[in-house]
Design a protein around this ligand. Structure first.
Ligand code: KG4
Ligand code: ZN
Length: 344
């Protein structure tokens, strides 16, 4: 008898994107994302506003995902949801929704670690181009860079992975967003730094790089360094930032990418691994994507870059992770509660 297809509904609500996706085995049928503009004015995500927006968005987002996948509720075999890490109020909205729908449909639910989701986004089947269809081979290293995390992950199997390097303070995404704020750019500043950097000179200014042991990162010093640099330069020239915006962005972006790659290259050497992937919101950065390809050519790495929509937070990555857990019957029960901090 042919193996039955499995349809999984994924739900993501850990930060400021409400997302729902439908996956049939490994193939994507729909991936809907509702962003939240409400935080822009505040220079960062306001947790209480995020929870309220998730509450408003979740039903229409799930509904649209089901409609666009051309399936009906009764076709869903299991619900995978982000149980952490993230903002507790936001996680509660997605978790409660998943619980009630699973109860109503009498189907299992699967609690997913958001960070596993970023890594496993590489296994979503959504490419017509044969070259892009290639999936990383185990073991591989994944540089996961997001607004909340910076990790080098050693991935031995879909559900067997280990963090070998991490940030001791700010995440790479925070380094982008906080320095962007110093430049007067709205939240989230990462994509805007990327845009400006494409028109600037990456070697125009030098910023400090931290000394950290092994494969660990630190980004808080960069923010202080940029603050002092801007104070010094604007004292000399009032409209320094406006005049040199593109060069500052390009130099900042280069510094962050250099810091990330120093440790990634070191880890690849130490573990003797040439399968290298990037994931997370910051992996949408054009400079980072370009650099991975360059380093890959230079070092004979096979490199893997997710499609844009699977870099930033999305439910498709939660659904694919849920699929692997489903195959192992790793289910959650109704007593489950989400966790702001979650063991990797
Ligand atoms: O993975 P993600 O969507 O959410 C978290 O789990 O944190 O990552 C969001 C982060 C933000 O810090 C945002 O500024 C950054 O990803 N980001 C970028 C770019 N696109 C998103 N950073 C630099 N360049 C980009 N193009
Ligand atoms: Zn994320």
């Amino acid at each position: 008898m042919a193996k039955k297809d499995t349809i999984i509904l994924g739900i993501e609500s850990s930060c400021d994107d409400t997302s729902a996706a439908i996956l049939k085995n490994e193939a994507i049928l729909s991936n809907e994302i509702a962003g939240q503009k409400v935080h822009e004015a505040y220079g960062g995500v306001v947790p209480e506003l995020a929870s309220r927006a998730h509450q408003q968005n979740i039903l229409p987002v799930v509904d649209t995902a089901i409609k666009n996948a051309n399936i009906s509720l009764k076709d869903i075999d299991a619900i995978a949801f982000t149980a952490g890490p993230g903002l507790l109020g936001s996680l509660i909205v997605g978790t409660s929704f998943a619980k009630s729908l699973a109860l109503g449909l009498n189907i299992p639910m699967i609690q997913v670690n958001h960070m596993h989701g970023h890594v496993l986004a590489h296994f979503i089947d959504d490419y017509e181009d044969d070259q892009l269809k290639a999936k990383p081979k185990f073991p591989f290293l994944c540089l996961t860079v997001s607004g909340g995390h910076t990790q080098i992950v050693l991935v031995k199997d879909h559900l067997d992975m280990q963090v070998v390097g991490t940030t001791k303070d700010d995440a790479a995404g925070e380094a982008f967003d906080k320095t962007a704020k110093l430049l007067g750019l709205p939240y989230p500043g990462g994509p805007l730094i990327d845009k400006n950097a494409q028109k600037g000179a990456p070697n125009a200014f030098k910023f400090t790089k931290p000394e950290m042991p092994e494969f660990d990162y630190s980004f808080s010093g960069l923010k202080t360094n940029v603050l002092q640099f801007l104070q010094r330069e604007t004292k000399k020239e009032k409209d320094f930032v406006e005049k040199r915006m593109n060069d500052i962005c390009a130099s900042l972006q280069k510094t962050i990418i250099d810091i990330l790659f120093d440790k990634l290259i070191k880890a690849a050497k130490q573990y003797n691994i040439a399968e290298i992937a990037i994931a997370g919101g910051v992996s949408a950065n054009s400079g980072l994507r370009k650099r991975l390809i360059e380093e890959g050519q230079k070092r004979n790495w096979n490199t893997y870059i997710p499609k844009f929509e699977y870099c930033t937070d999305n439910a498709a990555m939660i659904a694919i992770t849920g699929r692997y857990q489903f195959l192992k019957e790793d289910f959650a029960d109704q007593s489950i509660s989400p966790k702001a901090r979650m063991k990797f």
